[in-house]
Design a binder for this molecule. Sequence first.
Ligand code: ADP
Ligand code: MG
Length: 646
Amino acid sequence: MLKLQSLSKTYYPDKAYPVKALDNINLEFLSDEFISIVGESGSGKSTLLNILGGLDKLDQGEMIVDGTVYSNDTKYNLTDYRREAVGFIFQEFNLISHMTVHENIKLALSTFKMTEEEKDKLVDKAVEDVGLSYRVDNKANELSGGQKQRVAIARALVKKPKVILADEPTGALDSETSAEILQLFKNLARKGRLIIIVTHDEKVAQASNRCIRLKDGHVVSDKLRENPILISHEEVDHSIVIERSFDLMAVFALSFHRVKEKRWRYILISLGISVGIGGFILALALGNGVENFLEKSSSQIIDGRKITLMKEDEKIDNSLYFEVKKTGLAEIIQPEFNLQARLDQGKSTEYFGIKTLHKEKYQNIYATPILKEGSLPKKGKKGIALTEAIAQKFIKEGQAVNNLIGQELSFKIMSPDTLTHYPSRWDSQKLVITGIIRQPFMGEDFAYIPYEDHILYTKRSRFLGKNAPVPTNVFHVYLKDKKNVAEFYQKFKDSYEVITPDNVLKNMTKVFSQFQVAILIVSFLILFISSVMAGILFFISVLERQKEIGLFKALGGNSRDIRWIFFSEAIIIGFMASLMGVVVSGIVQLSTSSLIVSKYGFDLLDIDVLHITIGVVFGVVITAFSALLPANRATRLDPIKLLKQE
Ligand code: ADP
Ligand code: MG
C-alpha cells in the first residue's frame, strides 16, 4: 500500500556540509500494520515521517501510495496528499488552545466538502473512539496532557486517512498516560489502519507488530514481532476520499476567536481606519449637501434670471437702459449702489451693508430674502429688515432677535461715491425693524430696504437732487425667462463684465468642492497610514499564528486556504472599522445637521445608504488589501518549521 524506493534526503544547513538525513531507504508497508520506528537522535526518524506525511519533499527515489508515484520528477501535489491520505499526530499536540475539543477536531474537516451535520457526526464518532465524549465542549487548554493527545489523535482520525503518522506521541506524557495512549493506538490498528509511530519508548516498540531501526539515515533492522495485532475484519473502517472544498466558516471562526483575544490592538487600529472611513463618508455626504444647496439656491437664494452688468471704474451711462430694453428680454433694469449703514450704541459702533429689495410688484416673481420672522419693509415707510447675524449685534445678551421687530433705531447711512469721488455724508435715518431674515449660507450679510428708499438715501448721502441721476458702474437686469441668459450674455459680453447666475453658483460651490477635496485628502492619508499599520499588525499576526498556519498546512490546507486565514482576519477588522466609521460620520452629521438645517434651511451633510455601503466596502477592501503581503508570506512558510515553534 505504501512503498519507498531508494529514497534519499539531504539537508544543506551549510552549503559546504550537506547532511544526508536519509540514504537509500527501501521499505514497504501494508495497510494494517502497526509500525514503530526507533533509532538514536539524529538518525533520520523525523525526516522519514515528515516525508511519509507529505510535510517535506524527498529529493531522490520515490514514494508510491496505492499506485500513485510521488517523486522529485513528478510534480505532485503535497497538499492534496496531506489532506486525503495522512493523519498526523505531533508530540506537542498542536491544538488551538482557545477552541473546544469539538472545534479542534472539526478543523481537520475544513477542507472537505461535507455538510455541517456530516462533519459533526464524524467528529462525534472520533471523540468516542478516543474516549473523550465527556470533554467535547471543553476548551483545549482546560485538558490534561493525555487528554490533549487524545484530541490530537481524534483530529488525525476524523477524516479516516489511509495512514496515521505520529512523531513521539508519548514523548510529552507520563508513563501511565503513555500506556493509555498506546492502548488507543493498538485499538486503531485493529481496525485496519496503517499506523507508523516514531518513538524512543521501548513499550511502544514492544507493542507494535513491526519495528524498524534507523541509524545515520539507513535502515539497520526491520523486524516483525510475534504478537501480530489481530484485525477483526467486521470492524475495518474504510478510508474515504472527499472532494476538496473550503470551509470559510471555520476560518472566520478561527479569526474571530483571535480578534477577540487581541481585541485592544484591533480596536486601536480600527479607530484609525474608522476615522478615515468616516471622513470618506462625510466627503461623499458633502457632495449630496452641495446638491441640496444648489437646489435650494436656484429656487430661493440665487435668482436664476438675474444678470449683473459691470464696468471696472467707469460710469455706465443711461444709454444701457435703452440698449437692454431693445432686446425685449428684460423685465427689470436697475442701477445698484453701494449703501453702508452704521448704528452707534453707546461706546460701540456696528457697521453693515444695505441691499435693495425688488420693487413691490416684482417681489412675487423674483427671489427675495427668506423671512424668518416679521415682514419685508414697504416703500416710504422707513422700514428695514435685518439678517439674524446683524440683528444679533443690536440686542442685549439673552434677548431673542425677534424682540427687535417693531423697534425704531437710529441708523446713519452713507453711499460712498467710488466713481467720481464726490464727497458723501452719513445721513441719519430713524428706521423701524420690520423683519428678521434667515442667515445666508455664504457671502456677506446685508440688511434690506425697499428699492425706492435705497435710491433716496443714496441721493441724500451724496447731496444729489431728487431728479438727478446717480452715477454707477453696476446694473442689475432681471430677465423675463431664465432660458435667455445665454442669449443675453452673448449680446453684452464684449462691452461689459457680465455675471450670470451660473457664475455666482460656480463661485459658491467652488468653496464646497475645495472643502470636499480637503476632507478626501485627509481621509485618504489617514486610511493609508492606518492600512500600513494594519499590514504591520497582520505581519505580527503571521508570526503569532505560525502554529495555526503550520497546522492548517499539515491538515491539507493549500495556499488559498492559508491566505484566507489572514483575509478573514482582515475582513473582520475592516468590517468592524468601517462600521465604526459609519458611526463616526453619523455622529458628525447628527451633531451638525440640526444646526445647519435650522439656520440655512438645507442639509449640508446628507449621508445616504449608498455612501454607507461604499464606505463599508471601501474599508473592507482596503484592510483586506493590507493583509495581502502578510498572507502571501504565510503561504511560503515551511510547515515543519512552523510546527516546531513554541
Ligand atoms: P531524528 O528525528 O531521528 O532525531 P531527524 O530526522 O530530525 O532525526 O534528523 C536527521 C538529520 O537531519 C539530523 O542530522 C538533523 O540535524 C538533520 N536535519 C533534520 N532536519 C533538518 C533541517 N530542516 N535542516 C538541516 N538539517 C536537518
Ligand atoms: Mg525527531
